[in-house]
Ligand binder design. Sequence first.
Ligand code: ADP
Ligand code: ADP
Length: 227
Amino acid sequence: MIEFKNVSKQYENNLALDKLNLTIPTQDFFVLVGPSGSGKTTTLKMLNRLIEPTDGNIYFDDKRIIDYDLKQLRLQMGYVLQNIALFPNLNIQENIAIQAESLGWPRKDRIARARHLLSQVDLDPDQYATRMPSELSGGEQQRVGIIRALAIKPKVVLMDEPFSALDPISRKQLQDLVLRLHRELDMTFIFVTHDMHEALRLGQHIAVMRLGHIQQIGTGEEIMQHP
Ligand code: ADP
Ligand code: ADP
Protein backbone atom coordinates (compact mmCIF):
# COMPACT_ATOMS: atom_id res chain seq x y z
CA MET A 1 0.00 0.00 0.00
CA ILE A 2 1.08 3.54 -0.75
CA GLU A 3 -0.03 6.45 1.40
CA PHE A 4 0.50 10.18 0.99
CA LYS A 5 -0.07 12.03 4.27
CA ASN A 6 -0.40 15.81 4.10
CA VAL A 7 2.13 16.00 1.28
CA SER A 8 2.93 19.45 -0.08
CA LYS A 9 5.33 20.60 -2.75
CA GLN A 10 6.40 24.20 -3.11
CA TYR A 11 8.43 25.22 -6.18
CA GLU A 12 9.82 28.69 -5.48
CA ASN A 13 6.59 30.71 -5.44
CA ASN A 14 4.36 27.95 -6.81
CA LEU A 15 2.47 25.58 -4.50
CA ALA A 16 2.17 22.53 -6.79
CA LEU A 17 0.66 20.20 -4.17
CA ASP A 18 -1.25 21.37 -1.12
CA LYS A 19 -1.52 18.85 1.75
CA LEU A 20 -2.29 15.88 -0.45
CA ASN A 21 -3.78 12.79 1.21
CA LEU A 22 -4.02 9.69 -0.90
CA THR A 23 -4.11 5.92 -0.45
CA ILE A 24 -3.26 3.55 -3.28
CA PRO A 25 -4.12 -0.10 -2.58
CA THR A 26 -1.60 -2.81 -3.38
CA GLN A 27 -2.09 -4.27 -6.89
CA ASP A 28 -4.52 -1.54 -7.87
CA PHE A 29 -4.64 0.08 -11.29
CA PHE A 30 -4.66 3.64 -10.04
CA VAL A 31 -5.03 6.64 -12.35
CA LEU A 32 -4.18 10.27 -11.62
CA VAL A 33 -6.12 12.45 -14.04
CA GLY A 34 -6.40 16.22 -14.37
CA PRO A 35 -5.45 19.16 -16.55
CA SER A 36 -1.86 20.16 -17.22
CA GLY A 37 -0.32 21.76 -14.15
CA SER A 38 -2.63 20.07 -11.64
CA GLY A 39 0.23 18.22 -9.93
CA LYS A 40 0.04 14.72 -11.42
CA THR A 41 3.68 14.38 -12.45
CA THR A 42 4.87 15.91 -9.19
CA THR A 43 2.82 13.31 -7.28
CA LEU A 44 4.15 10.45 -9.39
CA LYS A 45 7.80 11.49 -9.26
CA MET A 46 7.69 11.69 -5.48
CA LEU A 47 7.25 7.92 -5.41
CA ASN A 48 10.67 7.24 -6.87
CA ARG A 49 12.07 10.36 -5.22
CA LEU A 50 12.84 12.20 -8.41
CA ILE A 51 11.02 14.99 -6.55
CA GLU A 52 11.10 15.40 -2.76
CA PRO A 53 8.13 16.82 -0.85
CA THR A 54 8.58 20.09 1.00
CA ASP A 55 6.20 18.83 3.70
CA GLY A 56 4.38 15.65 4.73
CA ASN A 57 5.23 11.97 4.38
CA ILE A 58 4.80 9.19 1.86
CA TYR A 59 4.64 5.58 3.02
CA PHE A 60 5.29 2.49 0.94
CA ASP A 61 4.39 -0.78 2.68
CA ASP A 62 4.21 1.10 6.00
CA LYS A 63 7.73 2.51 5.75
CA ARG A 64 8.46 6.14 4.87
CA ILE A 65 9.95 6.24 1.40
CA ILE A 66 12.54 8.70 2.64
CA ASP A 67 13.84 5.86 4.88
CA TYR A 68 14.41 3.48 1.97
CA ASP A 69 17.78 3.14 0.36
CA LEU A 70 17.28 5.13 -2.86
CA LYS A 71 18.54 2.36 -5.12
CA GLN A 72 16.35 -0.25 -3.41
CA LEU A 73 13.34 2.04 -3.69
CA ARG A 74 13.85 2.61 -7.41
CA LEU A 75 14.21 -1.12 -8.03
CA GLN A 76 10.72 -1.53 -6.61
CA MET A 77 9.27 1.34 -8.66
CA GLY A 78 9.49 0.67 -12.41
CA TYR A 79 9.16 3.89 -14.39
CA VAL A 80 7.71 4.29 -17.90
CA LEU A 81 8.47 7.63 -19.47
CA GLN A 82 6.34 9.57 -21.91
CA ASN A 83 9.24 9.65 -24.37
CA ILE A 84 10.25 6.07 -24.73
CA ALA A 85 13.98 6.71 -24.95
CA LEU A 86 15.26 3.24 -25.71
CA PHE A 87 19.03 3.15 -25.92
CA PRO A 88 19.64 3.46 -29.67
CA ASN A 89 22.85 1.41 -29.69
CA LEU A 90 21.43 -1.56 -27.81
CA ASN A 91 19.17 -4.12 -29.41
CA ILE A 92 15.70 -4.80 -28.04
CA GLN A 93 16.56 -7.63 -25.66
CA GLU A 94 19.55 -5.67 -24.34
CA ASN A 95 17.30 -2.66 -23.78
CA ILE A 96 14.78 -4.74 -21.86
CA ALA A 97 17.46 -6.43 -19.78
CA ILE A 98 19.61 -3.41 -19.00
CA GLN A 99 18.58 -3.14 -15.35
CA ALA A 100 18.80 -6.89 -14.90
CA GLU A 101 22.34 -6.72 -16.25
CA SER A 102 23.34 -3.99 -13.81
CA LEU A 103 21.92 -6.19 -11.03
CA GLY A 104 24.14 -9.03 -12.17
CA TRP A 105 21.50 -11.43 -13.50
CA PRO A 106 23.16 -14.17 -15.57
CA ARG A 107 22.96 -13.60 -19.31
CA LYS A 108 20.80 -16.69 -19.86
CA ASP A 109 18.20 -15.42 -17.35
CA ARG A 110 18.22 -11.91 -18.80
CA ILE A 111 17.57 -13.17 -22.30
CA ALA A 112 14.87 -15.56 -21.14
CA ARG A 113 13.12 -12.75 -19.26
CA ALA A 114 13.33 -10.37 -22.23
CA ARG A 115 11.97 -12.98 -24.62
CA HIS A 116 9.17 -13.92 -22.26
CA LEU A 117 8.12 -10.28 -21.90
CA LEU A 118 8.25 -9.70 -25.67
CA SER A 119 5.89 -12.58 -26.24
CA GLN A 120 3.60 -11.23 -23.52
CA VAL A 121 3.12 -8.04 -25.54
CA ASP A 122 2.67 -9.88 -28.86
CA LEU A 123 6.13 -9.13 -30.24
CA ASP A 124 7.54 -12.41 -31.53
CA PRO A 125 10.91 -12.77 -29.77
CA ASP A 126 12.45 -14.56 -32.76
CA GLN A 127 11.69 -11.49 -34.85
CA TYR A 128 12.19 -8.69 -32.37
CA ALA A 129 14.76 -9.62 -29.72
CA THR A 130 17.83 -8.69 -31.75
CA ARG A 131 16.44 -5.78 -33.76
CA MET A 132 17.58 -2.25 -33.08
CA PRO A 133 15.12 0.33 -31.68
CA SER A 134 15.14 2.34 -34.93
CA GLU A 135 13.69 -0.69 -36.70
CA LEU A 136 10.51 -0.57 -34.60
CA SER A 137 7.41 1.59 -35.00
CA GLY A 138 6.49 4.11 -32.30
CA GLY A 139 3.84 1.79 -30.86
CA GLU A 140 6.26 -1.15 -30.83
CA GLN A 141 8.93 0.95 -29.13
CA GLN A 142 6.42 1.98 -26.50
CA ARG A 143 5.60 -1.68 -25.83
CA VAL A 144 9.28 -2.29 -25.26
CA GLY A 145 9.44 0.79 -23.02
CA ILE A 146 6.67 -0.70 -20.88
CA ILE A 147 8.12 -4.18 -20.55
CA ARG A 148 11.57 -2.74 -19.87
CA ALA A 149 10.07 -1.18 -16.74
CA LEU A 150 8.70 -4.59 -15.71
CA ALA A 151 11.81 -6.62 -16.41
CA ILE A 152 13.18 -6.89 -12.90
CA LYS A 153 9.70 -7.41 -11.40
CA PRO A 154 9.14 -4.18 -9.50
CA LYS A 155 6.21 -4.03 -7.07
CA VAL A 156 4.94 -0.77 -8.55
CA VAL A 157 4.94 0.55 -12.12
CA LEU A 158 4.78 4.33 -12.59
CA MET A 159 3.53 5.52 -15.98
CA ASP A 160 3.49 9.19 -16.97
CA GLU A 161 1.31 9.80 -20.03
CA PRO A 162 2.94 6.85 -21.80
CA PHE A 163 0.56 6.95 -24.78
CA SER A 164 0.15 10.65 -25.40
CA ALA A 165 2.39 10.65 -28.49
CA LEU A 166 0.56 7.74 -30.17
CA ASP A 167 -2.17 7.75 -32.79
CA PRO A 168 -5.66 6.74 -31.56
CA ILE A 169 -5.44 3.14 -32.82
CA SER A 170 -2.04 2.40 -31.27
CA ARG A 171 -3.23 4.11 -28.14
CA LYS A 172 -6.25 1.82 -27.84
CA GLN A 173 -4.03 -1.23 -28.44
CA LEU A 174 -1.59 -0.12 -25.78
CA GLN A 175 -4.40 0.54 -23.30
CA ASP A 176 -5.65 -3.02 -23.85
CA LEU A 177 -2.12 -4.22 -23.40
CA VAL A 178 -1.47 -2.52 -20.06
CA LEU A 179 -4.84 -3.78 -18.80
CA ARG A 180 -3.79 -7.30 -19.75
CA LEU A 181 -0.34 -6.94 -18.19
CA HIS A 182 -1.93 -5.64 -15.02
CA ARG A 183 -4.20 -8.69 -14.83
CA GLU A 184 -1.33 -11.07 -15.45
CA LEU A 185 1.24 -9.53 -13.10
CA ASP A 186 1.03 -8.95 -9.36
CA MET A 187 1.98 -5.30 -9.55
CA THR A 188 0.48 -1.94 -8.61
CA PHE A 189 0.10 0.28 -11.68
CA ILE A 190 -0.01 4.06 -11.22
CA PHE A 191 -0.89 5.86 -14.42
CA VAL A 192 -0.92 9.62 -15.14
CA THR A 193 -3.07 11.08 -17.91
CA HIS A 194 -4.92 14.30 -18.74
CA ASP A 195 -7.52 12.29 -20.69
CA MET A 196 -10.64 11.38 -18.69
CA HIS A 197 -11.69 8.75 -21.25
CA GLU A 198 -8.36 7.02 -20.82
CA ALA A 199 -8.67 7.27 -17.02
CA LEU A 200 -12.14 5.70 -17.03
CA ARG A 201 -11.02 2.96 -19.39
CA LEU A 202 -8.01 1.97 -17.30
CA GLY A 203 -8.52 2.87 -13.68
CA GLN A 204 -9.83 0.66 -10.91
CA HIS A 205 -9.52 3.79 -8.81
CA ILE A 206 -9.19 7.30 -10.16
CA ALA A 207 -8.06 10.51 -8.47
CA VAL A 208 -9.14 13.66 -10.26
CA MET A 209 -6.61 16.40 -9.57
CA ARG A 210 -6.97 20.13 -9.91
CA LEU A 211 -4.58 22.86 -8.80
CA GLY A 212 -2.62 20.63 -6.45
CA HIS A 213 -5.68 19.13 -4.79
CA ILE A 214 -7.64 15.94 -5.20
CA GLN A 215 -11.02 17.07 -6.40
CA GLN A 216 -12.57 13.63 -6.47
CA ILE A 217 -11.51 10.06 -5.87
CA GLY A 218 -13.18 6.71 -6.38
CA THR A 219 -13.97 4.00 -8.88
CA GLY A 220 -14.85 4.97 -12.44
CA GLU A 221 -18.52 4.46 -11.64
CA GLU A 222 -18.33 6.73 -8.62
CA ILE A 223 -16.56 9.42 -10.64
CA MET A 224 -19.20 9.17 -13.38
CA GLN A 225 -22.08 9.49 -10.92
CA HIS A 226 -20.75 12.70 -9.38
CA PRO A 227 -18.87 14.51 -12.12
P1 ADP B 1 3.65 17.49 -17.94
O1 ADP B 1 3.87 16.95 -19.33
O2 ADP B 1 3.54 16.43 -16.92
O3 ADP B 1 2.53 18.48 -17.85
P2 ADP B 1 5.39 19.70 -18.06
O4 ADP B 1 5.41 19.74 -19.53
O5 ADP B 1 4.54 20.67 -17.29
O6 ADP B 1 4.99 18.24 -17.56
O7 ADP B 1 6.85 19.79 -17.49
C1 ADP B 1 7.93 19.18 -18.13
C2 ADP B 1 9.15 19.34 -17.25
O8 ADP B 1 9.37 20.71 -16.91
C3 ADP B 1 9.02 18.62 -15.92
O9 ADP B 1 10.27 18.04 -15.61
C4 ADP B 1 8.67 19.67 -14.91
O10 ADP B 1 9.18 19.36 -13.62
C5 ADP B 1 9.33 20.90 -15.49
N1 ADP B 1 8.53 22.11 -15.24
C6 ADP B 1 7.20 22.23 -15.37
N2 ADP B 1 6.79 23.45 -15.07
C7 ADP B 1 7.90 24.15 -14.73
C8 ADP B 1 8.14 25.48 -14.29
N3 ADP B 1 7.15 26.35 -14.14
N4 ADP B 1 9.43 25.83 -14.04
C9 ADP B 1 10.41 24.95 -14.18
N5 ADP B 1 10.25 23.68 -14.58
C10 ADP B 1 9.00 23.28 -14.83
P1 ADP C 1 0.92 17.98 -14.23
O1 ADP C 1 1.71 16.74 -14.25
O2 ADP C 1 -0.48 17.76 -13.71
O3 ADP C 1 0.93 18.71 -15.53
P2 ADP C 1 3.05 19.05 -12.63
O4 ADP C 1 3.16 18.20 -11.43
O5 ADP C 1 4.00 18.85 -13.75
O6 ADP C 1 1.55 18.97 -13.15
O7 ADP C 1 3.12 20.57 -12.20
C1 ADP C 1 2.34 21.13 -11.14
C2 ADP C 1 2.66 22.58 -11.01
O8 ADP C 1 4.00 22.73 -10.58
C3 ADP C 1 2.54 23.36 -12.31
O9 ADP C 1 2.05 24.65 -11.99
C4 ADP C 1 3.97 23.41 -12.81
O10 ADP C 1 4.19 24.56 -13.60
C5 ADP C 1 4.75 23.49 -11.52
N1 ADP C 1 6.09 22.89 -11.64
C6 ADP C 1 6.36 21.60 -11.97
N2 ADP C 1 7.69 21.38 -11.97
C7 ADP C 1 8.26 22.56 -11.61
C8 ADP C 1 9.60 22.97 -11.41
N3 ADP C 1 10.63 22.14 -11.57
N4 ADP C 1 9.81 24.25 -11.04
C9 ADP C 1 8.78 25.11 -10.85
N5 ADP C 1 7.49 24.77 -11.01
C10 ADP C 1 7.23 23.52 -11.39
